[in-house]
Design a protein around this ligand. Structure first.
Ligand SMILES: NC(=O)c1ccc[n+]([C@@H]2O[C@H](COP(=O)([O-])OP(=O)(O)OC[C@H]3O[C@@H](n4cnc5c(N)ncnc54)[C@H](O)[C@@H]3O)[C@@H](O)[C@H]2O)c1
Length: 340
C-alpha cells in the first residue's frame, strides 16, 4: 500500500517505521521543512532512541503527495489536526483510507479528531463521495512501536469495511489490531486519559506514593466512564484497550509527556513552565477545556478533571485539591459507578 503519514513527530515516525517494516511504501509529510531535512539526513528521530528510519521511507514537504496514496494517516498533534485536514482535503479522494492517530478534543467545538477530519475533508462533497476517518488508538508508546515491541491497538469506526481495512493494513506481527464501532468512546478515552495522566503525575510530583496513584487511576477511570455513559458511548470501551489500557500506560510511564508535565506541576512549576521544560505538546492541557465543558453540559460529576483545571488555570495548590478529593462525601463504590 502507498501510505502518506501527515506529521514527522514521534508517533508519525514510529508508525512510518512500523508500516515500512510490514511492507508499505511510506512517505512522511511534515509542515516543517527543517524537520524533514533532519529526519532525511540523520535517519533517526530524537525521541525514538535506538530506532533507525529506513532508507526506503520518503519525505515530502508538498501535501499534494496525498493524492497518490491508498492510505493517509493523520499523525500531527491534536492542535494541528484541523489545519492539516484543511490543507490535505483538496488532494484526498474516495477510495482512500483515512486514519487518525491524534488524541484530543477541540476546545471550542468539543469535536473529536476523526470528526474534525471528516468535517474538513467532506466540505463541498455530496453524500455519495463522503469519506470516513478511522480512529486508531490504544496503549501505544511510540518509543516501543518503533523498536518493534509487542503492542495492541484498536481500529474504531462505525464503517465496518473501513475499520477492517485499517486493521489489516496495520496488522501483525508485533502490532495486534482489534476493531471497535464505538468511535466516540474510543476518542473520548484517548483525550481524557491524558488529563488523568497529568493528575497522576501531579500526585507523584507532590511526593505521594503508589496507593495514591492507584486510587487516582481507578477513580479517574470511573469519571471517564461516567461522562462516556452520559454521551451515549458503549461503557465496555472504557474497560478495554483504549480506556483502562491507555490510562494505565499513560499514567504510569515516564514515556508519557502528560505524566512528566504533571510531575513538574506537582513539584511547584506552573503549567506553562512545565510545558516548556517537557518541550513537546502536552495534549492533556489542550483537552482540559473540552472535558470541563462536556462535564458541565452533561451534568456529570468529574472531580479529578475539575481539580486539574483549578491547579492548571487558577494556580490552586495541588495538596489542597487532594485534601478536597479525599474528604468528599463517602460513597458505595459499586453504586457510584452507575451514577452521574
Ligand atoms: N508519542 C506517542 O507515543 C503517541 C502515541 C499514541 C498517540 N499519540 C498522539 O499522536 C499525536 C502526535 O503525537 P507525537 O508524539 O507525534 O507529537 P510530537 O510532539 O512528537 O509531534 C510534533 C509534530 O507536529 C508537527 N507540526 C509542528 N507544527 C506543525 C504545524 N504548524 N502544522 C502541522 N504539523 C505541525 C511536526 O511534524 C512535529 O514534529 C498526538 O495527538 C498524540 O496524543 C502519540
Amino acid at each position: 500500500m502507498k501510505t502518506v503519514i501527515l506529521g514527522g513527530g514521534t508517533w508519525g515516525v514510529a508508525m512510518a517505521i512500523h508500516l515500512n517494516r510490514i511492507g508499505h511504501e511510506v512517505v512522511i509529510w511534515s509542515a516543517l521543512q527543517s524537520e524533514l531535512d533532519t529526519l532525511a539526513e540523520s535517519h533517526a528521530h530524537p525521541n525514538l532512541k535506538g530506532a533507525v528510519i529506513p532508507r526506503e521511507i520518503g519525505f515530502a514537504a508538498d501535501i499534494r503527495c496525498c493524492s497518490e496514496a491508498d492510505m493517509v494517516v493523520f499523525a500531527v498533534p491534536s492542535v494541528f489536526v484541523r489545519t492539516t485536514a484543511e490543507r490535505a482535503a483538496p488532494y484526498l479522494h474516495c477510495g482512500q483510507l483515512l486514519v487518525d492517530l491524534a488524541k484530543g478534543i477541540e476546545p471550542d467545538t468539543y469535536m473529536t479528531m476523526s470528526q474534525i477530519i471528516e468535517e474538513q475533508v467532506n466540505l463541498g462533497r455530496d453524500d455519495r463521495d463522503r469519506m470516513h476517518c478511522v480512529a486508531l488508538s490504544g496503549p501505544t508508546h511510540a518509543e516501543e512501536v518503533a523498536l518493534n515491541l509487542p503492542t495492541a491497538i484498536v481500529s474504531a469506526s462505525p464503517d465496518v469495511q473501513a475499520r477492517n481495512a485499517v486493521m489489516q493494513a496495520f496488522s501483525p506481527p508485533t502490532l495486534r489490531v482489534y476493531t471497535a464501532n464505538d468511535v466516540l468512546g474510543v476518542e473520548l478515552c484517548g483525550a481524557l486519559k491524558n488529563i488523568m495522566a497529568l493528575a497522576a503525575g501531579i500526585c507523584c510530583g507532590i511526593g505521594y506514593g503508589d496507593n495514591a496513584k492507584a486510587a487516582l487511576i481507578t477513580r479517574g477511570m470511573a469519571e471517564m466512564a461516567r461522562l462516556g455513559r452520559a454521551m451515549g458511548c458503549d461503557e465496555r470501551t472504557f474497560w478495554g484497550l483504549t480506556g483502562v489500557g491507555d490510562l494505565i500506560v499513560t499514567a504510569t510511564s515516564l514515556h508519557s509527556r502528560n505524566n512528566r508535565a504533571g510531575m513538574l506541576i506537582g513539584q511547584g512549576m506552573s503549567a506553562a513552565e512545565a510545558v516548556k521544560s517537557v518541550g513537546m505538546v502536552v495534549e492533556g492541557l489542550h483537552a482540559l477545556p473540552a472535558a470541563v465543558g462536556l462535564a458541565n453540559r452533561y451534568g456529570v460529576d468529574m472531580p479529578i478533571v475539575m481539580g486539574v483545571r483549578e491547579i492548571v488555570e487558577d494556580g490552586a495548590d495541588p495538596k489542597d485539591i487532594v485534601i478536597r478529593l479525599m474528604t468528599r462525601e463517602s460513597k458505595n463504590e459499586a453504586l457510584d459507578s452507575q451514577s452521574k
